[in-house]
Design a protein. Structure first.
Length: 220
């Protein structure tokens, strides 16, 4: 198997991180391979086994049991990198104009919700310039449902003096396609917000590597 002329670190220094493929980036973080196994072989094996870089970074410890060369030290590295990414997007989204930078919002929500094993309902509170003032995971449920209370969302929006909100929740099953219940609760929240002059800008459903925007589908 060939990985190009330059090793990953040299390639990064010469061309920048964006020039590296997923296996090369993963190899840099893994640093070393296993006995008789080059780090690029290990990185490629992990990607083949789990299907994507995202799945590698969010997999549970038990999922690595059959892969030689991934012990506690490498698992700690992978989990730390995943957490670093979540914190990076969390810091990036605050004070951003979500209408001007929708990709920032999507990346943040993917990093915050896609790895969750239960449904989590999150709300982003925005000022009158559509900048994110704060985010809050408001409700937690089971693997396939979460009970949401519109009155509590409106109460928190008033406390934050928010002019607008964005809703988001995850589907642990992996499919981001909204259910009838998702659409019904969104309408209830929108009506509750309208009574108090709060705009509902979007509701994003987060799956595994995909999302659905209610605004893009013109459901709001």
């Amino acid at each position: 198997m060939s990985w190009g002329v330059l090793p990953p670190r040299e390639k990064l220094h010469k061309y920048g991180a964006s020039a590296l493929n997923d296996a090369e980036l993963l190899a840099i973080f893994l640093r070393t391979g296993a006995a008789g196994k080059h780090v690029m072989v290990l990185a490629s094996q992990l990607l083949d086994e789990f299907g994507s870089l995202y799945q590698v970074m969010t997999a549970e410890k038990s999922a690595f049991a059959a892969i030689k060369g991934v012990g506690d030290a490498k698992l700690a590295q992978l989990h730390a990198i995943a957490e670093l990414g979540r914190r990076f997007f969390g810091a990036q989204i605050v004070r951003e104009n979500v209408l001007e930078n929708p990709q920032v919002t999507q990346h943040f929500l993917q990093s915050a919700l896609a790895h969750q094993e239960r449904e989590i309902f999150m709300v982003l509170f925005l000022d009158n310039q559509h900048r994110v003032m704060s985010t809050q995971k408001m409700f937690a449920g089971s693997i396939n449902s979460v009970e949401v209370h519109p009155r509590e969302i409106v109460r928190e929006a008033l406390k934050a003096n928010a002019a607008a909100i964005i809703l988001a929740h995850n589907h642990p099953s992996g499919s981001a396609e909204p259910s009838a219940a998702d659409r019904a609760i969104t309408q209830r929240i929108m009506k509750a917000c309208q009574l108090l002059g709060i705009r509902l800008l979007d509701h994003l459903v987060i799956g595994k590597g995909e999302f659905v925007s209610f605004a893009e589908r013109e459901w709001l």
